[in-house]
Design a protein around this ligand. Structure first.
Ligand code: AGP
Length: 610
């Protein structure tokens, strides 16, 4: 949530800051601003999008040092005054901040009592005043003194008119990286902002600060003692970050390009990991040998939002293939119930960004209690990837749209790879292992086939978009599919979509079924098809319009439904194929409503505050 950029070097900072913010806009998009240090400190900030900021910039904005921010509001509405950077009263200090100051109210009251006029509703503004009021004679000393008074989380960048050659950055619970260029340096909360300029990057650790000048950077702790953090080359192809705010497909929304990328991203997840001969998988990054894998008696999966729903699909896969009890739980709830951490449980944290704070804190809680936790993470080198004991990188490529699509399909594939390996060190036969390996190999082509049905799905989406309220239903493997389908529709159409196990309809929700309330039903060709079809009849008898996501083999008899077909794979792998049309359904419903698909209201790509 929120994005930070910074630049120090020989070029004018403002255009580079705006470009960096454009690349980070998915992180927060209610306001944006920059501060540039030239002959004086100049701040421009604006409610709205980065393009509104760019339009508001003064013609002459000279300065080769600067910081910028794109905001997702935590304290105070999206207004010009609440946008970052925040400054002190004299306009000497500017601060951008990701995170939350927990003791902001107390600090604001203390500053106000001292006669400081606070001009925003934010928690961040206190930083600027505290830095300005510090008596230390270096910017580093001032920042450290200010931070000593603050409780909470931060990724922070500070510039000061009195120290015009540098940016000081600090990290505690919110990511910050420093990019090393040729006699120029970059600061960012996310690789996406600087990867076009450099792939030589240093990740700050929690509790670390850095001074960044045009010639390099030094890292230090809060007691000003030096640390040894070095920059290294990140293994990433800058071109995969696309053209910035929009995708490469003639200005189409990023969500659309990311849906279309799925065959390729699934292929990348699978690459080098399948063992056709022994019907198993190679997952070197897990750092678990077969004996350790066999010793686990339980698997607990933790993730948030859609990652949690795919975690539920993953738990089913693990139970079915490895016959190990497995379940998924929202990471955001986990640590608040003082969880029992068992030595023979394998904990799996699943996250696209690798930054979701609730998932990260769950990982830290497990580790504090001695548990073994691995990650299924997309962003290489992210906080969760670094906090876990090993894991599976998803290799989905950068995902920018707030509504997650390609990361989720690769998460499912990651769980399948793990489940097969856990199964093969137990009772999963070579034959079944081979059957599933072959099934995984078929997925990219089958996803491609589903994408070809886009026009039909779009026509259904046009009609569904008119409904104020919808149900998504599925049973067992199909239930997390329904949950994810409802989630996607909610996120980008603002329609009320509720997911239920089909079997639960009769226990209450059937009362809501009417001609105005459509149901999207997941009906795979499996052992529950008959039961599912019976439920469809019950909905139809009450006049409920039906959209059925199903396999060609399923006979729906005389039922009047709109049918979306996906090809069959192995039963265990079918859920992910049933999910893909639901992405298209939500996407086209959002388009039909004329909404901003990539930047849904109230949301941001990664949730880095509690
Ligand atoms: C997905 O469409 C959502 N935007 C959201 O639920 C997301 O999956 C969740 O916040 C977890 O994010 P992560 O995978 O980066 O941890």
């Amino acid at each position: 949530m929120c994005g930070i950029v910074g630049y120090v070097g020989a070029q004018q900072a403002a255009p580079l800051l705006v470009e960096g913010l454009t690349r980070l806009e998915h992180r927060g998009y209610d306001s944006a601003g920059i501060a540039v240090v030239g002959s004086r400190l100049q701040v421009t900030k604006k409610a709205g999008r980065v393009r509104d900021l760019a339009a508001a910039l003064p013609k002459r904005l000279a300065g080769k040092v600067g910081i910028g921010h794109t905001r997702w509001a935590t304290h105070g509405p999206a207004t010009d005054a609440n946008a970052h950077p925040h400054t002190d009263t004299a306009g000497q200090v500017a601060v951008v901040h990701n995170g939350i100051v927990d003791n902001a109210a107390a600090l604001r009251a203390r500053l106000a009592a001292d006669g400081v006029e606070l001009v925003s509703d934010t928690d961040t503004e206190v930083f600027a005043h505290l830095v300005a009021r510090s008596g230390a004679d270096t910017l580093e000393g001032k920042v450290v003194e200010a931070l000593a008074q603050v409780e909470g989380t931060y990724g922070l960048a500070v510039v000061h008119a009195g120290f015009p050659d540098r940016i000081v950055v600090a990290r505690h619970g919110s990511p910050l990286i420093v990019g090393v260029g040729d006699r120029e340096m970059f600061v960012a909360s996310d690789l996406a902002a600087l990867v076009r300029h450099t792939t030589t990057v240093a990740h700050l650790d929690d509790g670390e600060l850095a001074t960044v000048t045009a010639t390099g950077f030094t890292t230090f702790r809060h007691d000003l003692s030096r640390t040894a953090t070095q920059a290294s080359e990140v293994d990433i192809d800058p071109s995969v970050y696309g053209q910035g705010e929009h995708g490469d497909v003639s200005g189409a929304p990023r969500m659309y390009t990311e849906i279309l990328e799925q065959p390729a991203s699934v292929e990348r997840t699978l690459r080098g990991r399948l063992d056709e001969r022994f019907g198993t998988t190679h997952l070197g990054g897990l750092n678990l040998d077969p004996r350790e894998l066999r010793a686990f008696r339980r698997v607990k999966i933790l993730g948030c939002g859609s990652a949690y729903y795919v975690g539920e699909m993953g738990a089913s896969l693990i139970e079915e293939l490895a016959r190990v009890p497995a379940d998924a739980e929202p990471a955001s709830e986990f640590r608040y119930r003082n969880p029992i951490i068992e030595p023979d449980t394998l904990y799996v944290a699943v996250s696209q960004s690798g930054e979701t704070v609730d998932t990260l804190l769950a990982v830290e809680e497990i580790k504090r209690k001695g548990g073994r936790v691995v990650g299924l993470v997309n962003v290489v080198g992210s906080a969760i990837a670094r906090a876990t004991d090993g894991g599976i990188y998803l290799h989905a490529g950068p995902e920018i749209a707030v509504a997650s699509t390609k990361a989720l399909t690769t998460m499912f594939v990651g769980f399948a790879l793990l489940a097969i390996q856990l199964g093969r060190v137990r009772d999963l036969s070579v034959a079944d292992g081979k059957r599933l390996v072959t099934g995984l190999q078929r997925l990219p082509g089958q996803i491609g086939e589903i994408l070809k049905t886009e026009d039909d799905v779009a026509a259904i989406a046009q009609d569904l978009a008119q409904a104020e309220s919808l149900f998504f239903v599925g049973r067992v493997r199909g239930y997390p599919v329904a949950r994810e389908g409802a989630q996607k529709l909610k996120e980008i159409t603002y329609r009320h979509a509720e997911a239920y196990p089909t079997s639960e309809l009769k226990h209450g929700p059937l009362a809501l079924i009417s001609p105005q309330v459509p149901t999207v039903a997941i009906v795979p060709d499996d052992e529950l098809t008959d039961r599912n079809v019976a439920a469809l009849h019950e909905i139809a008898a009450r006049g409920g319009p039906l959209v059925v996501v199903t396999h060609p083999e399923v006979d729906l008899g005389t039922l009047d439904v709109r049918r979306i077909e996906v090809p069959r794979n192995e039963t265990e792998l079918d859920p992910i194929l049933l999910t893909v049309p639901l992405q298209l359904l939500a996407y086209h419903a959002s388009l039909a409503l004329g909404l901003d698909v990539d930047k849904p209201r109230n949301l941001a790509k990664s949730v880095t505050v509690e």
